[in-house]
Design a protein around this ligand. Structure first.
Ligand code: NAI
Length: 513
């Protein structure tokens, strides 16, 4: 491939559905002459009309200049046959997600376009290597994976298969930048970057629901408390359980049934029952037309004093520890500070309120011979908003009085305690650890670089931080220890630590010893 792609290069978009229409709009906005084709007669013209109407609405609101909209819309021409792709320098395919249909289309295209035309697929789950298999010139074939809604979402995964020429991937990368997108390079592997690394965000919550750790609204509130814009249950309701389940199932299958990616019975039941989320009116939540019974936002915690205790010890570090130190000082309480403790949290007259390390509270109680043990979750952001939900649990043997005091300590630190069953790793700690783990494996396997994994998760699914940014605020040794404890608790492949993360933990250990 020698021909450079610039804004004069004609672009042929195939599939005038949600994604194809968005891609046509973005290409036209950047100045390209765009042809839009769909197998369904009239679909491309319809898509152009809808696009013009939605842009006109933005002109009415004063958000876009009328001349800009007119010029953008004028650059899009509905095509009526594949043959019209003859002069294209780039074809972007966004048709139905079926490998055979896509392959047949590309074979047909190769007979029409010239030798330098780049062929790109917006597939979200099919291997780019496999789609290129029967092409005469597989080197010009590349994945150009946009996110929905295309005009708004910044990320584009530029996916290279085994035969994709680096110059082709680079040309698409540069073009995506000129389309005001933020591209990242990805190697063609199941789920590419975002759809792979994001799996645990849904899977951990589904696993917790399966063991009845808490209601969906509680788990959603805890992850929102950690800075995520939407909790996993509300997000799955938005995406549609059928779609979300299909992606998980395809990543699971593509990894030869690796139990790390196993789909959930909880979600399967929703799909089988037609409870697909917003689009069907009900998923985890009921979505009536006007009123949405969505996840409850916990009320802001009112100022609560620390409980009474004769002897206070403050262990370790962290956002809650800092707040407790401030509170103890403010309330004039005497306390002992154990900075280099093996755990972080509070000790009140011998009872322990500890940050989770991946063991259930009952196990901590057994191993420390302390009856009154309660655990709290990891705080996801460095500056959590006041009143943010925070998961906690207590050992089944803990006294009622201790449980009440533990909850009061969390409120006194400014969090809204959300009680979970005594599950290891609670919800935020295990979810973040698994996201970090998956990202580590992706980087180890050459799917993407660590900075690109962070960028992709922030731009592709709006995460408040990237997995490696969370890791930088944590400690690889603690993440691995947490995963190993989950692994020991549940037995199976699910919590298998990435070799890359384990290596990092050893290196960190070697540096400090
Ligand atoms: P859609 O169902 O909205 O649109 C697909 C369009 O392709 C339809 O208008 C259909 O008539 C047309 N079509 C089907 N077979 C065709 C053929 N052989 N030749 C020409 N046109 C044909 O689907 P959507 O959501 O736009 O997805 C399209 C592609 O983009 C799929 O590969 C999907 O996996 C991928 N994708 C979808 C995302 C999403 O959120 N919807 C996100 C990222 C990628």
């Amino acid at each position: 491939m020698t021909r450079p792609l610039d804004e004069r290069s004609p672009v042929f978009v195939i599939g005038a559905g949600i994604m194809g229409a968005g891609i046509a709009q973005v290409a036209a906005r950047a100045g390209h002459p765009v042809q839009l084709y769909d197998a369904r007669e009239g679909a491309a013209a319809d898509a152009k009309r809808k696009l013009a109407a939605s842009l006109d609405a933005l002109v009415m609101k004063g958000r876009l200049a009328p001349e800009f909209v007119q010029a953008t819309v004028a650059r899009i021409t509905p095509a009526t046959a594949i043959d019209e792709a003859a002069g294209a320098h780039l074809v972007v395919e966004a048709i139905v997600e079926q490998a055979e249909t896509k392959r047949a289309l590309f074979a047909q295209l190769e007979a029409v376009v010239d030798a330098d035309c780049v062929l790109a697929s917006n597939t979200s789950s099919i291997s780019i290597t496999a789609l290129a298999r029967d092409l005469q010139r597989p080197g010009r074939f590349v994945g150009m994976h946009f996110f929905n809604p295309v005009p708004l979402m910044k990320l584009v995964e530029v996916v290279s298969g085994l035969q994709t020429e680096p110059a082709v991937a680079q040309a698409i990368f540069g073009l995506a930048e000129r389309w005001s997108k933020t591209p990242v390079h990805a190697r063609s592997t199941p789920g590419f970057i975002v759809n792979r690394i994001a799996r645990p965000y849904y899977a951990e919550t589904l696993a917790l629901l399966q063991e009845r750790a808490a209601e969906p609204a509680v788990l959603d509130a805890c992850l929102r408390g950690a800075g995520f814009r939407m909790g996993p249950c509300e997000l799955m309701d938005l995406i549609g359980h059928d779609t979300n389940f299909a992606v998980t199932a395809s990543v699971h299958e593509a990894n030869f049934g690796d139990r790390r990616f196993v789909p959930s019975l909880v979600q399967r039941e929703l799909v089988d029952g037609g409870l697909l989320g917003r689009k069907s009116g009900r998923g985890f939540y009921v979505h009536a037309e006007l009123t949405v019974t969505g996840p409850a936002t916990p009320p802001a915690a009112s100022a609560v004093a620390l409980p009474s205790a004769a002897r206070w010890r403050v262990h370790g570090h962290g956002a809650l520890v800092e707040r407790w130190l401030e509170g103890l000082a403010r309330e004039g309480r005497a306390f002992e500070r154990v900075e280099d403790s093996a755990w972080s949290g509070l000790e009140l007259d011998g009872a322990q309120l500890r940050q989770t390390d991946g063991r259930p509270a009952a196990q901590v109680a057994a191993e420390t011979a302390v009856r009154d043990v309660a655990l709290f979750d990891r705080v996801g952001t460095t500056e959590p908003a006041a009143g943010s939900a925070l998961a906690w649990s207590a050992s089944g043997g803990a006294t009622e009085a201790w449980q009440a005091r533990a909850a009061q300590c969390l409120q006194a630190a400014g969090w809204q305690p959300q009680r979970l069953r005594d599950v290891p790793g609670l919800v935020v700690a295990r979810t973040l650890a698994m996201l970090i783990n998956e990202a580590s494996d992706a980087v180890l396997q050459g799917v993407c670089s660590a900075p690109d994994a962070d960028l992709a998760m922030k731009l592709g699914v709006n995460y408040p931080a990237g997995p490696f940014e969370w890791l930088a605020r944590w400690d690889a040794r603690q993440v691995v220890a947490l995963l190993d404890r989950l692994d020991a608790h549940y037995r199976g492949e699910r919590y298998r630590a990435s070799p890359a993360l384990r290596e990092q933990a050893w290196l960190q250990e070697a540096r400090t010893t």
